[in-house]
Write a protein that binds this ligand. Sequence first.
Ligand SMILES: N[C@@H](CCC(=O)N[C@@H](CS)C(=O)NCC(=O)O)C(=O)O
Length: 210
Amino acid sequence: MRQLVIGDKNLSSWSLRPWLALTVAGIDFAEVNVRLGRPETKAAILRHSPSGKVPCLIDGRTLVWDSLAICEYAAELAPALWPADAAARAEARAVSAEMHSGFTALRQNMPMEVCASRPGEGRTPEVEADVARILAIWEACRARHGAGGPFLFGAFSIADAMYAPVVWRFTTYAVAVPPVVRAWMDAMLALPAMQAWRAGAAAELVARPA
Ligand SMILES: N[C@@H](CCC(=O)N[C@@H](CS)C(=O)NCC(=O)O)C(=O)O
């Protein structure tokens, strides 16, 4: 059985991305949960992941130790995780890569905390610029490619998975969004997998308070 090594569901935004892609695609895996931010964390992660970071997918002798690489691996098992149209697929890859490599100010100042409510916190000018760019990406995806369904490229894709932690961030920090973005965020929040992740985060907080 494939194993996905992940961090705390309340906090680990990189873990959520491939977890969601695998779950929505119906690809079987078992979770291996590592608690972040503890003296023993690094050693615990290194038992599974050569980078010392989560997420890491273990599929027999194959190790995949990066969120976007795991999503790509998932798409080899479930090709519908990328749009079928080549031009749309290229754009989905571009917006996914932009999330993977960017938005540092947002990541630093508005960390994912699925179960928290912190309206208005963290809004530096650099964060405002990241928020504006992310809203522009989501609006463009919905306008250009969204006709076939409620997600960024119509059907659920890796692009949605890559921005899923930002859905939780915008919820936690109560970021105002235009109606077209609200509709996409609502579709994301309605996914049983997103609700299951949130329930898991809440259960972990009860079982092992900070
Ligand atoms: N670029 C990596 C980033 C992974 C990452 O930074 N993971 C964090 C948790 S969300 C981590 O493992 N932190 C533990 C540590 O650095 O000790 C990816 O996309 O998977």
